[in-house]
Design a protein around this ligand. Structure first.
Ligand SMILES: C[C@](O)(CO)[C@H](O)COP(=O)(O)OP(=O)(O)OC[C@H]1O[C@@H](n2ccc(N)nc2=O)[C@H](O)[C@@H]1O
Ligand SMILES: Nc1ncnc2c1ncn2[C@@H]1O[C@H](COP(=O)(O)OP(=O)(O)OP(=O)(O)O)[C@@H](O)[C@H]1O
Length: 321
């Protein structure tokens, strides 16, 4: 087999610079208009092949692999079949006729093993598409490691089966999405934006936030034009004023403190502050890199974890190791 025995994928988190909920579909999903942007907070997935690699991608060898997953994210993130990485691997294996058996990382290798290790830096259940980004890393990384040759655009289309945020995280950059968030077009973005990312102690479940929107909010007509103009012009002041998220009031029903947290970021000098996706992470936009550091210092005592980052970032970056 010609593929490398080891591949590394760095995959960025996302923020929604704009998110409008237009209504509910019959299947319970919500129709959105949203602008995604990748930010430079990344998870890293390392993928290795051990044992008899000829069994993996060779029709005569039977096309099969064991797969194990380990991560450093603690007990809130599963390592079994529910992990989005494992679901992504299963999706690719099924699509290419590879028999995949999920095993424990310490089980002895019988035949061939695909060993995955995740270094998690994106806040978990924070509204920054961490699990989706990991699924994207698995699709892109296994495509390379298993030598499947699937174009990125096809991986993006397959990704919709794994979750609404996954197609965007396969591509990265800046995009305007409609539908459930899976159909999108690239958006022009000039320059770099500087963010103060404030993680919360609590987690918010995405279905629970959409349920709160159902119970307390109604469809909005707000349009993304001001955000599109601000990113095209590389104008942080305009972007700060235009940041918008219809899920924010729903997240604040479940965690009322978030409203005061946003105000604290604005008082500390942020040009705008918004709940990221379904929350509870809040992102504050700074005028420049120095200002981001100043704001971060001012709010540090209020949040368990404050990160400084930039956007836009690219898509998943694959390196042989
Ligand atoms: C909040 C956002 O992160 C904004 O980008 C996404 O809309 C959520 O994306 P995600 O977590 O990848 O979503 P999925 O894993 O597909 O769905 C999780 C749950 O979110 C709700 N969901 C998600 C997307 C959408 N357009 N409408 C929904 O109602 C559904 O209850 C679904 O059961
Ligand atoms: N690889 C993974 N990383 C993180 N969580 C995962 C992963 N796979 C499955 N999960 C589960 O998904 C839940 C949501 O985690 P995630 O970090 O993706 O949330 P999120 O960033 O709010 O998602 P989104 O912004 O896409 O709505 C977690 O509580 C965890 O149980």
């Amino acid at each position: 087999m010609s593929s490398a025995p080891c591949t590394n994928v760095r995959v960025p988190a996302k923020v929604n610079l704009f998110l409008a909920v237009r209504g509910i579909r019959d299947d319970g999903y919500h129709e959105l208009v949203t602008i995604f942007q990748s930010v430079a907070i990344t998870d890293q997935l390392t993928l290795r092949i051990e044992g008899r690699s000829e069994l993996l991608n060779h029709p005569a060898g039977g096309r099969r692999t064991e797969l194990s997953l380990a991560h450093d994210a603690g007990s809130g993130v599963p390592t079994g079949p529910d992990n989005l990485i494992v679901r992504a691997a299963q999706l690719l294996a099924d699509a290419r006729g590879i028999r995949m058996e999920l095993v424990h990382e310490h089980d002895p290798v019988v035949g061939v093993r695909t060993r995955l290790e995740l270094a998690k830096r994106i806040p978990v259940a924070g509204g920054m598409a961490g699990g989706s980004a990991d699924a994207a890393a698995a699709l892109v990384g296994l495509n390379e490691l298993w030598d499947l040759g699937i174009p990125r655009s096809e991986l993006r289309d397959m990704a919709a089966e794994l979750g609404a945020d996954v197609p965007f995280t396969v591509m990265g950059g800046t995009a305007l999405a409609t539908g459930t968030g899976t159909g999108f077009a690239r958006v022009l973005c000039r320059g770099a934006f500087h963010w103060v990312v404030c993680a919360a102690e609590e987690e918010l479940s995405t279905p629970a936030v959409y349920k709160a929107w159902d119970d307390y909010c109604s469809p909005s007509e707000v349009e993304p034009d001001a955000v599109l103009a601000a990113v095209a012009g590389g104008d942080p002041e305009a972007l700060g004023a235009a940041l918008h998220n219809d899920l924010q009031p729903a997240a604040e029903v479940l965690l009322p403190r978030l409203a005061a947290d946003r105000k604290a970021l604005l008082d500390a000098g942020a040009l705008g502050a918004v709940v990221s996706g379904s929350g509870p992470t809040i992102v504050g936009l700074a005028a420049d890199a120095q200002e981001a550091q100043r704001i971060a210092r001012r709010v540090a005592g209020r949040f368990p974890r404050v990160l400084i980052t930039t956007s836009p970032s690219g898509g998943p970056v694959v390196q042989r190791c």
